[in-house]
Design a protein around this ligand. Structure first.
Ligand code: UDX
Ligand code: ADP
Length: 462
């Protein structure tokens, strides 16, 4: 029986997943390690509200398990040595250099982990891929482990994570399914069973699915590609709705009532963000291309092309509506995170909209309940469109939405935070320059109410 687990990577996946395993399995000692000392210090902060990842309900879980059987540490070697099962939850960004640049996953962090595991391990271990990885990564990890190890036996499992940020805790408590891929050999099957036994502490066994490694890896990419495709599909229709007078919300409702289609992931938006959708589709495209399957690659690439178009056209529309110039104008951004209830900003549409408006010399004032100026500046500097000094000059953060909107020409709603709906919109209107515009990238606010106050209101797809 597994009684000691180590997880390499204390990020958005590793942190919440291990916290829930520890809470649900008090008999298992769970150690989460990371090279990033600041991040580990934050996970260990005596004030549990200061943990580095904001997820509703997560601080309560950490408060219960931390120090009991959940530990956060920078001592990677020690944790690997002591563990029977090692989860790899390090980041796998898209490559920014060389072959496959902008498309393939950069596996250097995974490879470093594999080499470290190989070097440190003195007894047999089960290694679990938790990060989203291109198909066949497990076999690369196995190669490294088998050829540079100390003669110990490794079993590699693929156990993709399906949690969505903002709902990570509820997704982990009651997952739709847990997927575990492993070798078809007796040793592989035994390793699978050991991981099944961990999840079976709280997940009904009929929801735990076992497959071969490659099916498991590909299922993760496919799930995210299908979800992203739905968003791009409704977003494509949103542009058509704007031209024809149809309302995308009404269309989404009408088609979502068809039980074969279903109502979820049909919300038109300024574009999907997050660390998974784009990266996983690009992975899929890259894999397809590498097998010469160009039609397959083009098919999925279109989901990304549509998403980029949606972000760009939102920015273009703001500029066009503000009489073709935003130079020197204050634009308030409500939200910067890629969705509500998270402090994660990776690939957030807000970054790209801001980038376009900054190129037109706008002044942007951002209010996001969970994202601060440091992260915002980091996101913009990462694009390398202009100097850091120019980004600093062009973007400020406000301590609240009223301040962000004060004397602004327009408001852009980029994240669907619930609190935005509760504001005193009359007060916001009174303190803005007129005409006062709202560009609602999330279909979040009440059109009739805002128009009655006097706002010029435009939502995506209507
Ligand atoms: C996703 C998958 O849902 C999850 O299963 C996987 O493990 C990781 O990737 P995540 O990126 O955290 O999760 O969030 P998700 O809720 O899927 O949203 C992704 C993006 O799509 C967000 O920017 C969201 O705002 C956008 N979206 C989602 C829409 O624009 N419209 C929708 O109807 C749904
Ligand atoms: P994800 O959303 O996949 O969890 P994050 O970037 O939030 O991605 O988290 C990944 C974490 O993995 C980061 O905190 C990073 O410091 C850590 N990491 C990357 N490589 C290693 C490594 N070789 N050893 C330990 N931690 C690592």
């Amino acid at each position: 029986m597994i009684t000691n687990i180590c997880c390499i990577g204390a990020g958005y996946v590793g942190g919440p997943t291990m916290a829930i395993i520890a809470q649900k399995c008090p008999h298992i000692r769970v150690t989460v390690v990371d090279l990033n000392e600041k991040r580990i210090a934050a996970w260990n902060d005596p004030n549990v509200n200061n943990i580095p990842i904001y997820e509703p309900g997560l601080s309560d879980v950490v408060a219960e398990a931390r120090g009991r059987n959940l530990f956060f540490s920078t001592e990677v070697d020690k944790a690997i040595d002591e563990a029977q099962m090692i989860f790899i939850s390090v980041n796998t960004p898209t490559k920014t250099y060389g072959v496959g640049k902008g498309m393939a996953a950069d596996l250097k962090y995974i490879e470093l982990c594999a080499r470290q595991i190989a070097r440190v391990s003195k007894n047999d271990k089960i290694v679990v891929e938790k990060s989203t990885l291109p198909v066949r990564t497990a076999s690369a990890i196995k190669d490294i482990l088998d050829n540079t190890g100390n003669g110990v036996n490794f079993q590699i499992l693929s156990n993709p994570e399906f949690l969505a940020e903002g709902t990570a805790v509820e997704d982990l408590f009651a997952p739709d399914r847990v997927l575990i891929g492993g070798d078809t050999t007796p040793e592989g099957q035994k390793a699978i069973q050991q991981l099944v036994d961990v999840y079976a502490n709280w997940v009904p066994t009929d929801k735990i699915l076992t497959t071969n490694v490659w099916s498991s890896e590909l299922s993760k990419l496919t799930a995210n590609a299908f979800l992203a495709q739905r968003v791009s599909s409704i977003n494509a229709l949103s542009e058509l709705c704007e031209k024809t007078g149809a309302d995308v919300n009404e269309v989404a409702k009408a088609i979502g009532l068809d039980s074969r289609i279903g109502p979820k992931f049909l919300k038109a938006s300024v574009g999907f963000g997050g660390s998974c959708f784009q990266k996983d589709i690009l992975n899929l495209v890259y894999i397809a291309k590498s097998y010469g399957l160009n039609e397959v690659a083009d098919y999925w690439e279109q989901v990304i092309i549509m998403n980029d178009h949606q972000k760009r056209r939102f920015a273009k529309n703001i500029i066009k509506t503000l009489y073709n110039t935003v130079s020197g104008k204050k634009i308030a951004f409500l939200g910067w995170a890629f969705k509500k209830d998270t402090n994660d900003t990776r690939e957030s549409a807000a970054i790209y909209v801001a980038d376009d408006l900054l190129s037109e010399q706008a002044n942007i004032s951002v209010y996001d309940p969970k994202v601060g100026i440091e992260q915002i500046q980091f996101d913009l500097n990462y694009l390398e469109t202009r100097s850091e000094a120019e980004n600093l000059k062009g973007v400020q953060v406000a301590t609240n939405a009223y301040e962000a909107c004060n004397n602004a020409h327009a408001i852009a709603v980029l994240t669907e935070w619930d609190e935005f709906k509760t504001y005193d919109w009359q007060k916001i209107y009174d303190n803005m320059l007129k005409p006062a515009f709202v560009f609602d990238g999330r279909n979040l606010l009440n059109k009739a109410e805002l128009e009655k106050i006097g706002f010029v209101y435009q939502a995506i797809g209507s």
